[in-house]
Design a binder for this molecule. Structure first.
Ligand code: GLN
Length: 277
């Protein structure tokens, strides 16, 4: 038997027989029928038509094959905003909201912010959406990612200037009050890369194909030339990289070098202030 879902099945039937977790089934049925979470309950006797049944069967199969829910519905919430996602960009993580919180804290009024490796644009857009006084530039090496990010800025009514750049390469002589980044930091060959959602995400956004620190190192070093005196650099990193990142920051003469813990209590973001000349 290939397809468990047929035209004429009601939402209630399908919820009972769904081959995936109930929460996921609800999200996928809602996506196919365009019904809200409440409507799925109040319209539980609504029958699926043939096209909906076929689409839902396919989504269940894809989910069973491990594809992330966010890619299946093309969307993920981050910082209270909705972001379009495709396999060209990393799925925004709740952990990364810590980086946004800190950025908002360290950004002076009318500040200039640079987001390096913006992907879906989640960090830059969350900042710009919250702080309309800020001037936000976001860059990525991936043209495909920039298309998604631009769409997300528009969708969320956020003013962000996007730039295609391999780290600092396309930046002119300009200076920022704050540089933020969630760069690829997973070590090459880490088993997480071949497990769960990560298998479906863009590998170049996850790993530096080296020791996990090379992008963090490039950014720490380059940022010293692109920050104003007293400007801050804040970077997300892996659960076991905080000490190494603090060392990179100290080697590059950052001051007030420190790390912050995410909701799980893990040191997830490290940063420092550019020293005065
Ligand atoms: N935090 C992500 C994970 O562990 C990795 C994101 C990244 O490499 N920047 O899945």
């Amino acid at each position: 038997m290939h397809s468990v879902i047929q035209a004429g099945d009601t939402i209630a039937d399908i919820m009972q027989r769904a081959p995936v977790a109930q929460l996921e089934a609800r999200i996928l049925i809602g996506h196919v029928t365009q019904l809200s979470r409440v409507q799925l309950i109040t319209h539980s006797e609504r029958q699926l038509n043939l096209a909906e049944a076929q689409q839902l069967s396919r989504l269940f199969e894809q989910r069973l094959a491990g594809e992330p829910i966010a890619y299946l519905i093309g969307e993920r919430e981050f910082y209270g905003l909705s972001f379009d996602v495709t396999p060209a960009v990393l799925i925004p993580r709740p952990d990364t909201e810590l980086l946004v919180e800190l950025a908002l804290q360290y950004l002076p009024p009318q500040g200039r912010v640079l987001d390096m490796g913006t992907g879906s644009g989640a960090i830059a857009i969350a900042i710009a959406h919250t702080r309309s006084d800020a001037s936000v530039i976001a860059l990525d090496v991936s043209e495909q990612a920039l298309v998604i990010a631009q769409g997300n800025a528009k969708k969320n009514n956020a003013q962000v200037n996007f730039l295609r750049s391999d780290w600092f390469s396309a930046l002119e002589n300009q200076h920022f009050d704050l540089i933020v980044s969630n760069p690829p930091y997973i070590v090459a060959g880490d088993t997480h890369l071949s497990e769960g959602d990560l298998r479906f995400e863009p590998v170049d956004a996850l790993t530096d194909h080296a020791n996990g620190l090379s992008a963090l190192q490039i950014i720490s070093q380059g940022a010293t030339s692109y920050l104003k005196p007293d400007g801050w650099l804040l970077m997300e990193h892996g659960y076991d990289q905080a000490a190494a990142v603090r060392q990179l920051l100290s080697e590059n003469r950052f001051e007030e070098v420190q790390s912050w813990r995410d909701l799980a209590g893990i040191e997830r973001v490290s940063g420092g202030k550019k020293s005065r000349p």
